[in-house]
Design a protein around this ligand. Structure first.
Ligand code: TYD
Length: 130
């Protein structure tokens, strides 16, 4: 567990003439995954996210396309991450406000530390800052 976002570099096995495979072994992740979901076909002019979680931790991977992720911690620490390779994930800790923007072909895989609970969301920015 960590309190700041950081990039995770997954191994990539293969070569250009046969293609590649990347693997996320649970031992190499900052939490044991409980749920995986993916988002896609997000229009380029749409920004998503605009929330934080009380307890959920996540790893975002652009398995295709490009995702620009802006993160903000309660202490005001703001960062921008460009996810444009399936070899890299972004660890998003709990209590982290995030905004994502996607290229037209982006497919975002999210590896999550827990099951879905709407009550774990903070969707009000002022509530997040409190
Ligand atoms: P949300 O997490 O707000 O997506 P984003 O941050 O990408 O905009 O989820 C979008 C909608 O999908 C919201 O109405 C809740 C619903 N949802 C589920 O029902 N189950 C899930 O596991 C997830 C992640 C979302």
């Amino acid at each position: 567990m960590s309190s700041t976002p950081y990039l995770i570099h997954f191994n990539s096995i293969g070569k250009s003439d046969i293609g590649y495979i990347s693997i996320a072994e649970k031992e190499t992740l900052p939490f044991v995954p409980q749920r995986i979901y993916w988002t896609y076909y997000t229009p380029e002019d749409v920004k998503r996210g605009f929330h934080s979680h009380y307890n959920l931790e996540q790893i975002l991977v652009a398995v295709a396309g490009k995702i620009i992720v802006t993160t903000e911690m309660k202490n005001g620490n703001k960062q921008e991450f460009i996810l444009d390779t399936p070899k890299t994930g972004l660890y998003v800790p709990k209590m982290c406000w995030r905004i994502m923007q996607y290229s037209h072909n982006a497919v975002q895989m999210c590896i999550a530390s827990d099951t879905y609970t709407e009550t774990d969301y903070i969707r009000d920015y002022n509530e997040f800052l409190k």
